[in-house]
Write a protein that binds this ligand. Structure first.
Ligand code: ATP
Length: 166
């Protein structure tokens, strides 16, 4: 059986008194295959040879959402099987490592035309709305990110610091 190893992240940002996470709507692979419409997923991608999983997570977040983040913590690994609907049609066992990543800069959706073929759009979703994620494993990852943030109030920006954005 084929195996794939990917890494991804829950990119979080504190705004308007709550935590938001970056989620993507993937593009369908072809007009006739499974429609990705309405799929909400976390940014992730295959780990390159020799690449560290946490660097893959930061790279994929940047490529798929346009934002730059800073690694905070490992959240969890999720595992699933799927059957390739392209190429060899192989059954694949996949492991995806997820990290909590704090937003630093950049604008969601500011991605390259090549990436636009894979990502329909990227949006900020309140982390409390984790149930809207399409895959059970990713819902568990988002819940774990939410619990981490609840336990680490120090990650919220200093309310005394003035911001033009809130
Ligand atoms: P990557 O983003 O790692 O480069 P990919 O886009 O090639 O990967 P996946 O996102 O793993 O591939 O999608 C392959 C198949 O697995 C699709 O049918 C997708 O719907 C399904 N899938 C994706 N994520 C999950 C998940 N967390 N749980 C179950 N099935 C999933």
């Amino acid at each position: 059986m084929a195996r794939e190893f990917s890494a991804g992240g829950v990119l979080v940002r504190w705004r308007k008194g709550r935590w938001w996470m970056a989620v993507i709507e993937p593009q369908g692979r072809t007009a006739f295959s499974e429609s990705a419409k309405d799929t909400l997923a976390l940014p992730k991608g295959l780990i390159d040879p020799g690449e560290k999983a946490e660097n893959t997570a930061l790279r994929e977040i940047h490529e798929e959402t346009g934002a730059v983040g800073e690694l905070i913590a490992k959240l969890k690994d999720i595992k699933y099987f799927y059957v390739r609907t392209w190429g060899d049609g192989a059954r694949v066992f996949k492991v995806v490592s997820f990290y909590l990543v704090l937003y630093r800069s950049g604008k969601l959706g500011n991605i390259t035309p090549e990436m636009r073929k894979e990502v329909r759009r990227a949006i900020w979703l309140p982390i409390d709305d984790w149930e809207q994620l399409s895959y059970k494993g990713e819902r568990e990852v988002a819940q774990s990110a939410r619990e981490y943030l609840l336990a680490h109030a120090e990650l919220q920006p200093d309310p005394k610091a003035t911001s033009s954005e809130s």
